[in-house]
Design a binder for this molecule. Sequence first.
Ligand code: NAP
Length: 344
Amino acid sequence: MTSNKAAWIKGPGSLVEVETVEKWVPGGGELLVQVEAVNFNPIDAKLQRSNIFQPQFPIIVGFTFAGTVTSTGPDVISVKPGDRVVVARWGQTGSDNKFGALQKYALALEENTLKLEPEISFEDASGVIANLATVVSALNIYMGLSLPPITGKALPNGKRVLVYGGSSAVGGLAVKYASDAGYEVVTTSSTANKKLVEERNAAHIIDHCQPKEDLLRELRGHGPYEGIFEAIGSQTTTQLVVELLRETGGQFFSTSPSPGDGQIPNNVQKKWAGYSETLASQEANRELRAWYLERYLPEALKNRSVWPNPALWLKGGLNSTQEALDLLYDGKVSGKKIFLNPQD
Ligand SMILES: NC(=O)c1ccc[n+]([C@@H]2O[C@H](COP(=O)([O-])OP(=O)(O)OC[C@H]3O[C@@H](n4cnc5c(N)ncnc54)[C@H](OP(=O)(O)O)[C@@H]3O)[C@@H](O)[C@H]2O)c1
């Protein structure tokens, strides 16, 4: 039997170590997947080097992956060995290393797995499943925006939203999703990524690299906004949106806490959540989760009405995990989604 290998982070700040591990045996409702595409998210790098989330080390990071089912446990009915699947590591699997994406063979929960038709690439599916869940949760559950139709676009509803950071993985998906739901979407990008963002049907794209006062003037000029989704979650972007709201007051939804959040003035509220987990795991959101995973996502992947930022594949398999984490931590990812194949 083939052995298994995993990329571990053994303690806070420790560099990644690739080691042989057990080849896990799936239990009830679980499957074992030969992982062929792992995509990286900034959280992977934050878990290694920031103390915001305080994980229990050692950890195998990686929260979304795609590959081929090699075996299934008792009671699994929706997939069988040989099926191509995409997996999001939601619920209790998020802290169970057997389910970590950065392995040659990872366990998955059937309920967190979507079977893929042959025409859907591992890149598209794994680049979208969790990041788009984040968007659905933030925009629909938290911001109260309306849903898009399963296919096509809703008629314009005359409401304007701001997605700050439209060239990021989450921001780009949010621009397209809100635009398909009928909103006029104002967003930002660097010049280098403007074309990527245009393809997502933004109504206005503001250059976020221009001097701060000019940027604020343009953002104010396109408002007021029905809702603000700040998709970068850094201290800089938080301060900018706080500045935007300082005179009028108001709330915005961000993707991450950041240093200095304690100094936000009382008339401005920054809100954030572990959005995709709220959608996937909270009982109150069961219906929306089913709409997303069983209806919207399969159709959106098939029609390619949603897509991730272009892939940057690192060579070297699991041995390139640290390189991926460094690129993310150093802010060197621009308009790209990083992938590796543990089978390399
Ligand atoms: N809460 C949740 O549930 C959740 C879920 C997923 C992600 N997140 C968080 O969401 C954030 C974004 O994640 P991601 O995967 O979308 O990131 P990403 O794609 O890796 O972000 C890279 C992009 O950020 C943009 N950027 C960097 N600094 C910026 C600034 N000052 N202003 C505007 N844009 C800036 C860059 O745009 P340009 O190159 O065009 O300048 C770059 O393309 C991260 O903090 C992540 O941890 C949270």
